[in-house]
Design a binder for this molecule. Structure first.
Ligand code: ADP
Ligand code: MG
Length: 236
């Protein structure tokens, strides 16, 4: 059984009096442990697709099966639960809470998953240490570089131990050297722990870390190709 399966997904947004269809039938199956990059021009439907995959938005038609469950059949609470259990998120703009320590930022997703305070702290520390930020846990985001902020955000994305990590242009605000560092972390999470990674990027250098590349154009997937995903390994 696929971990993720989209079947003929269409998505329309209300525009003035009418509706604008922006996804015209997207189908995709992915197994556990894949590392997928979604590429394509601005406006081609990458983020819309990712929002559906992450249960942040729902399709207008078509079926989304996540870990064997039909997402359309879930109510709001069930959707929040499955999202929390199954998916961690990383965003281009980091989306960390200001004036809040790295540690407290990483603890945040566990507030909704019923993890006790002591366990929350231990897991958040462990995730930050894995991201090389053991000595920055009490810093708030304004005292961290862009790359460090994104590592805090990745720690937050994995702290619930969800099997899927989704990232929308996670290196979009970073210079190329820092981008490479961040992509190596994704690669380690994928290779070392089998975390399924789905990321959006418009940079070929970033997509080169993935093992499968989907190209979007005008609301459909126009190509779906395997990639060696060896960029980071070569560079090491
Ligand atoms: P990408 O991430 O590939 O740049 P998006 O998925 O964000 O593209 O957007 C695809 C299309 O859908 C674009 O034309 C965009 O303007 C439109 N769109 C996205 N979100 C909304 C929305 N909430 N309301 C109306 N149109 C939207
Ligand atoms: Mg986008």
């Amino acid at each position: 059984m696929a971990l993720i399966e989209l079947r003929d997904i269409k998505k329309s947004f209300r525009m003035g009096d009418g509706e604008l269809e922006v996804l015209h039938g997207v189908s995709l199956a992915a197994e556990r442990g894949e590392f997928i990059a979604m590429m394509g021009p601005s406006g081609s439907g990458k983020s819309t697709t990712m929002n559906i995959l992450g249960c942040l938005d729902t399709p207008t038609s078509g079926t989304y099966m996540l870990d064997g469950r039909d997402v359309a059949a879930l109510d709001g609470d069930e959707l929040a639960t499955i999202r929390n259990e199954m998916v961690g998120f990383v965003f281009q703009g980091f989306n960390l809470l200001p004036r809040t320590s790295a540690l407290a930022n990483v603890e945040m997703p566990m507030l909704y998953s019923g993890v006790g305070a002591r366990e929350r702290r231990a897991r958040a520390k462990e995730a930050l240490e894995r991201m090389g930020l053991g000595d920055r846990m009490d810093h708030d985001p304004s005292r961290l570089s862009g790359g460090q902020q994104q590592r805090v955000a990745i720690a937050r994305g994995i702290v619930n131990r969800a099997p899927i990590l989704m990232a929308d242009e996670p290196t979009g605000n970073l210079d190329s050297r820092t981008s490479d560092e961040i992509m190596k972390l994704f690669q380690e999470l994928n290779a070392g722990e089998g975390i399924t990674i789905v990321l959006v990027t418009h940079e070929a250098d970033v997509a080169a870390y993935a093992r499968r590349i989907l190209n979007f154009r005008d609301g459909v997937i126009t190509s779906d190709v395997a990639s060696r995903g060896v960029k980071g390994a070569d560079a090491a």
